[in-house]
Design a protein around this ligand. Sequence first.
Ligand SMILES: [Zn+2]
Length: 385
Amino acid sequence: MAKRKQKTIKRKIARSVSRAVAEKSATVADCAHSELLRMLTYRRPYGGKTVDQFCAEFIDHLTGIEIDNFGNRILTVGDNPSILFSSHTDTVHFSDGRQKIIVDQFSGLVYKDDDQPLGADCATGIYIMLKMIDAKIPGLYIFHAGEEIGGLGSAWIVDNNPTLLDNIDRAVAFDRKLDCSVISEQSSGRCCSNVFASSLAIKLGGNFAVDNTGVFTDTANYIDLVAECTNLSVGYDCEHTAAEYQDLSFLDQFIPTLIALDWDSLPVERDPAATDYGTDFVGADPTFDNFDQAINFVEDNPEWAADLLFAAYKRGEADQLFTASSKQDAADILCNAYGDQSTRYPDPDFLAWGSDLDWDTGRDGLQDQDHSAAVSAAVKKWGSK
Ligand SMILES: [Zn+2]
């Protein structure tokens, strides 16, 4: 799905380049996201002058903002919040200074035509957080310094100011490409529970789904201190390259959704003291030798299985689930949710990226078995739907 979307966006860019030439007279102020566009004119390598100017213009004037000894900007909104919102002030640019950007009002894309990245990673995350602060959404807002050179700002907090996170049980970064990811695993392993991630994906709507292919952002440094740590797509792609672009129209929907979201209702299930190296780590998870074992798992973890199914429904890949009146129909959905799972832990990845072959293999396999237990687990959660 991500690849399809990527191709669509690339086609959109190709179509719009000629328009962009004609649109050169369009000013930044014409655009709904003019503050973000101005942010994108700053190249901000860590430790440089421009990142300081950038922070002075956009962040440091906020009432109550604190700057720690590493240069992280920290703001608390509300009374003793339990959620942390995360972005970073630096970019991967090699040199300081300002830069020209291109805005295509028709496609809603912003990009550049030189050999340097745009820096929507992570200007967009900062912009989103400023909008949430403006809307008085309670949270501990951290604008980290030095993410691009190894998550230094967040590592500094863990080493020098860990009590800052004492009351935090969920940490949400706005630092992921495309429009579809609620990151459940980063390079260091599992960062949030699937229950948390799928619940958040459902609330975000659109193309969002659980994605276990995260790499690294600051919230990865908090997984031993904070139960649920994730990273969300913010509508850029090709970050760290000259082809980087931001889809502004994605933000038209995404920011109001974030502002309306009931963050306190998100479940907190993961034990930050537990080690889980993630699904790609051999031996980290149980595996199934046959479908009976898989079905036993579903019986033992009905909530988990039901969340998978509901995520499939939200993605429009399981419509029958709610129109079905029979167990057989519900069973078909369950088969889809398993995908090619005869030897592996059920994984939301298969909902997000599974090929048709995976789905058919899984369906055929499960239909050869007595799947009544798995179906009843789903029915337990979703009633007769
Ligand atoms: Zn980033």
